[in-house]
Design a protein around this ligand. Structure first.
Ligand SMILES: [Zn+2]
Ligand SMILES: [Zn+2]
Length: 254
């Protein structure tokens, strides 16, 4: 736990522990506010800060674990150990890159946005964020909001792909259509999800990239630029692998 034992932690623990707290909720109760979270050493050896030995717990659950009143659930952070970093232009996906999507928390999504997004998105608060992971780093974020009025299932509120990265939006939108994305959304919102609207406010040409991947329902011009609504069908691509291969078929120049 925290406190006097701090100096017994090995180097690197602070860094990895910060990263895990940004990415994961309490493994026991789902508490997700950063300041309430701590990182526990499963074998209670504070020098063993290998990722397999670490688990994110909130203060309460952490105490219960130490008092042996709570068992430690299984987690697998290893495959999802990602870092939020800025990548070089045109360098974000190569053939053979490992692509995945995972649930991320809002703090990570906002941090990513701060570092990467070039001002063409006006996102509101979202209920749920899905991150696109390529070779262990976060390269795009989809934010979802429950609609107040329901002629569709969900609102895709933010697509925070780095607009300087070639085709990143296209890949995100393919991933949006995968079964895994649908499963994550249905689990989160506890109901069937079939359609997602995307609302983007933009004068920027990047918006045109949406047109290829979503069936356009309507577009409304606003005084700030364009308020464009698109409909995406969720879960129409079976696997992430299939989404990636469709992506490469479309962009043979990569
Ligand atoms: Zn502990
Ligand atoms: Zn907890």
């Amino acid at each position: 736990m925290n406190g006097s034992g701090e100096n017994r932690y090995n180097k690197g623990f602070e860094k990895i522990s910060k990263k895990l707290k940004l990415l994961y909720p309490c493994a026991c109760c789902g508490e997700n506010s950063y300041n309430k979270k701590e990182v526990h050493h499963i074998d209670e050896n504070k020098k063993n800060s290998k990722i397999e030995n670490l688990i994110v717990l909130c203060r309460e659950c952490h105490a219960l674990v130490h008092f042996k009143k709570q068992t430690i659930p299984e987690v697998n952070y290893k495959n999802n150990s990602i870092i939020v970093k800025i990548s070089n232009d045109h360098d974000y996906i190569k053939k053979g890159s490992k692509v995945d999507i995972i649930q991320i928390n809002s703090k990570t999504a906002l941090e990513y946005r701060k570092q990467n997004v070039k001002a063409w998105i006006k996102p509101g608060p979202c209920n749920f964020y899905i991150g696109m992971i390529i070779d262990d780093s976060l390269r795009g974020v989809l934010g979802f909001q429950n609609p107040d009025y329901a002629e569709y299932d969900l609102l895709l509120k933010a697509d925070t792909a780095n607009s300087s990265e070639k085709y990143s939006t296209e890949l995100l939108l393919y991933l949006l259509k995968t079964k895994k994305c649908k499963d994550l959304l249905e689990k989160k919102f506890n109901r069937d999800i079939h359609n997602v609207y995307s609302t983007c406010f933009s004068k920027h040409c990047e918006i045109s990239r949406y047109r290829k991947f979503g069936k356009k329902i309507k577009s409304v011009e606003t005084k700030d630029g364009f308020n464009v609504l698109y409909l995406f069908e969720i879960g129409s691509i079976k696997t992430i692998k299939e989404a990636v291969s469709l992506f490469f078929q479309k962009h043979k120049d990569l």
